[in-house]
Design a binder for this molecule. Sequence first.
Ligand code: ASP
Length: 403
Amino acid sequence: MKNNNLLFAILIGALGGIFCGWFFGTAMMSIAWVGTFFLNALKMLIVPLIIAAVITSITAIGDVRHLGKLGGLTVLYYLSTTAVAVLIGLIAVNIIKPGVGTQELSQTIPDAIVGKDATGIADIVQTLITPSLVESAAKLELLPIIVFCILFGIALTTIGERGTTISNFFEGLNDVMMKLVIWLMYLAPIGIFSLIAAKLGESGGGDAVWGEIKKVGWYMFTVIFALGLHFLFLLGVLKVLGGRGIDYLLSMLRALVTAFGTASSSATLPLTMECAIEAGVKKRAAKFILPLGATVNMDGTALYEAVAVMFIAQAYGFDMTFTQQTIIFITATLAAIGAAAIPQAGLVTMALVLTAVNLPLEGVGLILAVDWFLDRIRTTINVWGDSVGTAVIQNYALEDDID
Ligand code: ASP
């Protein structure tokens, strides 16, 4: 099957999933296992793929000064686009004011975030390292693995001839993993179909979901509208700084629909890498920038956290001053960096933002019912942010034409 056919099949799978989940409701839960199978197959590839990709990208870059430039530009790009995302969210929520007049205030702190208010900057820094690589791999905590692989790769470049066998091994491993990703892609249409259909089914089907949507319709509109604006902003960045346009978006669509289907940037990562490399991004850029982006660059999550927190403030009748909104701006950015690339992680790290401006954690109860849906849209924007980042950063950090 050619990739265009595959993309078509994936899109049909996603739309079919929405249709069947909406109309057949809970009956669709019987096929949930198919989605889980696909998701687990993706997850099975992540750790070996990241290890091989990051190490080989570092050895390909070779010179530590080039690596420093690449790392520096990546961090700068990720931070600034995330900041723009939060800003767009804050402006939208201040204009639309979706929370004003909300009636059903919650009384209890949702289980998902009980005890999570203590998360702080120190906790985020701690996620860079791990006492056990094996345990982190088992839990799919990718950031410490990436940090280890960067250091490993740098060390490898310093030992000369003796490192050749190891480098060759990881080159081979990387090629094998990419081959497996290509094979797995053929499962994506059916996998995405069942992930979406079963999730809608679990939520009670179309009528039940529509009932929930109506309760917080303006809030959802604000999040989706602002995410749409950020999507367009990134498209502009892609055009101006990356020299690419709609062709790149189309090439990334398979990954974007998978992000919508899985609600996880890390589970989508194998496809994001495959699509980006196929779209012509330099391999060593994609292999370094995308894994890092999947774990720390979450524009969609940051934007959503800012809107959600402001919505909760408006619902409870608290006026957020300029200073408080500045605190939301900073903490939403940090909370998104600290969020794991798994479903609904943003909901959990939102506790950090709420606590910083003294808002009740109970407020999360207001947005809980529709969060799974917004999660899918923000994850799609997260992956789009990483994809655009790769196309842009490679132009400035890696001047030569070597792949
Ligand atoms: N699910 C998101 C991701 O994986 C994180 C979040 O916002 O909950 O990118």
